[in-house]
Design a protein around this ligand. Structure first.
Ligand SMILES: [Zn+2]
Length: 84
Protein backbone atom coordinates (compact mmCIF):
# COMPACT_ATOMS: atom_id res chain seq x y z
CA UNK A 1 0.00 0.00 0.00
CA UNK A 2 1.45 3.35 -0.98
CA UNK A 3 1.52 6.36 1.26
CA UNK A 4 -1.27 8.87 0.79
CA UNK A 5 -0.38 12.12 -0.94
CA UNK A 6 -2.27 15.09 0.42
CA UNK A 7 -3.82 17.17 -2.34
CA UNK A 8 -5.99 19.54 -0.36
CA UNK A 9 -6.34 20.45 3.29
CA UNK A 10 -8.68 23.27 4.14
CA UNK A 11 -11.77 24.37 6.00
CA UNK A 12 -14.99 24.16 4.04
CA UNK A 13 -18.69 24.69 4.56
CA UNK A 14 -20.39 21.45 3.60
CA UNK A 15 -23.30 21.51 1.18
CA UNK A 16 -24.39 17.95 1.82
CA UNK A 17 -23.95 15.74 4.86
CA UNK A 18 -20.87 13.54 5.17
CA UNK A 19 -19.69 10.89 7.58
CA UNK A 20 -16.82 12.03 9.79
CA UNK A 21 -13.53 10.32 8.87
CA UNK A 22 -12.80 9.60 12.52
CA UNK A 23 -15.99 8.77 14.39
CA UNK A 24 -18.21 7.95 11.44
CA UNK A 25 -21.04 10.11 12.74
CA UNK A 26 -22.94 12.09 10.17
CA UNK A 27 -21.95 15.73 9.86
CA UNK A 28 -25.09 17.57 8.81
CA UNK A 29 -24.96 20.33 6.20
CA UNK A 30 -24.19 23.10 6.36
CA UNK A 31 -21.26 22.68 8.74
CA UNK A 32 -17.85 24.33 8.81
CA UNK A 33 -15.41 21.45 8.93
CA UNK A 34 -11.92 20.38 8.04
CA UNK A 35 -11.71 18.77 4.62
CA UNK A 36 -8.83 16.73 3.26
CA UNK A 37 -8.42 15.23 -0.17
CA UNK A 38 -5.61 12.89 -1.06
CA UNK A 39 -4.58 10.11 -3.36
CA UNK A 40 -4.48 6.69 -1.82
CA UNK A 41 -3.18 3.83 -3.95
CA UNK A 42 -5.10 4.23 -7.20
CA UNK A 43 -7.96 6.28 -5.84
CA UNK A 44 -8.87 9.65 -4.50
CA UNK A 45 -10.03 9.87 -0.93
CA UNK A 46 -12.06 12.65 0.62
CA UNK A 47 -12.34 13.20 4.35
CA UNK A 48 -14.50 15.50 6.42
CA UNK A 49 -13.69 15.99 10.08
CA UNK A 50 -15.41 17.22 13.20
CA UNK A 51 -13.15 19.79 14.89
CA UNK A 52 -12.95 17.67 18.01
CA UNK A 53 -12.17 14.55 15.99
CA UNK A 54 -9.30 16.26 14.19
CA UNK A 55 -7.94 17.35 17.56
CA UNK A 56 -8.30 13.79 18.78
CA UNK A 57 -6.27 12.55 15.82
CA UNK A 58 -3.54 15.07 16.60
CA UNK A 59 -3.50 13.82 20.18
CA UNK A 60 -3.60 10.15 19.28
CA UNK A 61 -0.59 7.88 19.59
CA UNK A 62 1.24 7.80 16.27
CA UNK A 63 1.30 4.03 16.46
CA UNK A 64 -2.46 3.98 16.73
CA UNK A 65 -3.05 5.88 13.49
CA UNK A 66 0.01 5.45 11.28
CA UNK A 67 -1.43 2.27 9.80
CA UNK A 68 -4.55 4.20 8.95
CA UNK A 69 -7.92 4.43 10.61
CA UNK A 70 -11.45 3.52 9.74
CA UNK A 71 -14.37 5.84 10.29
CA UNK A 72 -16.25 4.62 13.32
CA UNK A 73 -13.21 3.08 15.02
CA UNK A 74 -13.12 5.98 17.44
CA UNK A 75 -15.74 7.75 19.46
CA UNK A 76 -16.35 11.35 18.51
CA UNK A 77 -13.57 13.56 19.83
CA UNK A 78 -11.83 10.63 21.53
CA UNK A 79 -8.50 8.90 20.94
CA UNK A 80 -9.87 5.62 22.28
CA UNK A 81 -10.14 3.00 19.53
CA UNK A 82 -13.28 1.04 20.31
CA UNK A 83 -11.90 -2.01 18.50
CA UNK A 84 -8.65 -2.33 20.42
ZN1 LIG B 1 -16.18 12.93 14.18
Amino acid sequence: MSNPVLLRDKTVVTRVSHGCAWCGELIPAPSTVKYRKYTWDDGIANEWWHDECWKALLNADVEDVEEGYIAGDHKRGSTVNINS
